[in-house]
Design a protein around this ligand. Structure first.
Ligand code: SF4
Length: 138
């Protein structure tokens, strides 16, 4: 495998939060700080899904969030890699079962990588994004 070729593309990420406790969101921000410095890998946070190669999803999916998540996925340019971050996004976490949850992210849209943890650590987050680079390179 030619890693140089696969990692030759910068990945722009869009962050979607649906009903999380915000701790996983803080870990995403932590990954962007100079300590972890995601931008040195060309990974950049963008404000529009139309500019993104990858969507980071945090939190359990509630009714309002499910509608918006599906809409954003549908309008995003493809290929789009989806990374579920934290136990809530991966499996519903501590909010399952509950009357207001729609389950984990993969009940709504396809997921390419799962980053477990409560919260997910920045190192694991970086690892997950790098794993979806291959999908985006094909
Ligand atoms: S996985 Fe844990 S830290 Fe992350 S949003 Fe859910 S409850 Fe919060």
């Amino acid at each position: 495998m030619n890693k140089g070729k696969i990692l030759s593309r910068s990945i722009w990420v869009f962050h979607f939060c649906s009903g999380s406790c915000n701790n996983c969101d803080i870990e995403i921000l932590d990954a962007l700080t100079p300590r972890f410095d995601l931008e040195r890998f060309g990974i950049k946070l963008v404000g529009s899904i139309k500019h993104a190669d990858c969507m980071l999803v945090t939190g359990m999916i509630n009714k309002k969030g499910a509608t918006r998540l599906k809409f954003l996925y549908d309008i995003a340019p493809k290929p789009l890699a989806v990374v579920a971050i934290g136990a809530c996004a991966c499996s519903g976490g501590i909010f399952e079962p509950s009357y207001y949850t729609y389950g984990p992210v993969d009940k709504i849209i396809p997921v390419d990588a799962y980053i477990p943890g409560c919260p997910a650590r920045p190192e694991a987050l970086i690892d997950g994004i790098v794993k979806v680079v291959k999908k985006l390179s094909t």
